[in-house]
Design a protein around this ligand. Sequence first.
Ligand SMILES: *Cc1c(COP(=O)(O)O)cnc(C)c1O
Length: 232
Amino acid sequence: MSLKERIEMVEERIQAACKRSGRNRDDVNIVAVTKYVSADMTRSVLEEGILHIGENRPQAAVPKWEALGGQGIWHFIGHLQSNKVKDVVGRFQYVHSLDRLSLAKELEKRAAALDLTVSAFLQVNVSGEASKQGVAPEEAAALLRETAGLAHVKIIGLMTMAPIVDDPELARPVFRKLRELRDELNAGAGGALKEPLTELSMGMSGDFEVAIEEGATWVRLGTLLVGKGEKT
Ligand SMILES: *Cc1c(COP(=O)(O)O)cnc(C)c1O
């Protein structure tokens, strides 16, 4: 399949999932995860009209970003070490993997220095798997309170990764819990939220339709959308 055909196929599946769940297609954004592919392929993705690019390793992402002259809107989706924040802020407008106060403070420092704002998702380990990053659901409210005063880090929603399973239905409870947690935080969170959390970053190639049915506003698609290697 060509890139164009892949995009069309994904688009049809997104529209069908929206229809099934009574959602508006415009409320679901695609992040094309380009971590497996080259800068040239990433350029093709942008040329096909997909604006949002996701990368998970600064070492690989920075040369790609430079090769493309920073075109597009970049999303950092992987574990972020504090000493790599300087490579990310100024290039990536979104960070999907905010999982600790020290990282939030480092993002704040770098963003303030450049006089810009980073949009962030709190990464939540809903499934409780030891291998997964993210705060435990019951820690999310505290982290929101602690980060509420940061002027250059705007927390817009929650992100999670579901367990990798063959049957996407098994991911549904994880996505549903993330949505419920967002709604609870908006209702409570000790009054820490200046603005409600609107966004849910959830769903990957194997489970994005279920994620959309459960309320995803950002799906992160690598393998299915851009492929895993050089071939399109
Ligand atoms: C790689 C990755 C994706 C995309 O995974 P695919 O299954 O290839 O779509 C999404 N989110 C994160 C955090 C990733 O690291």
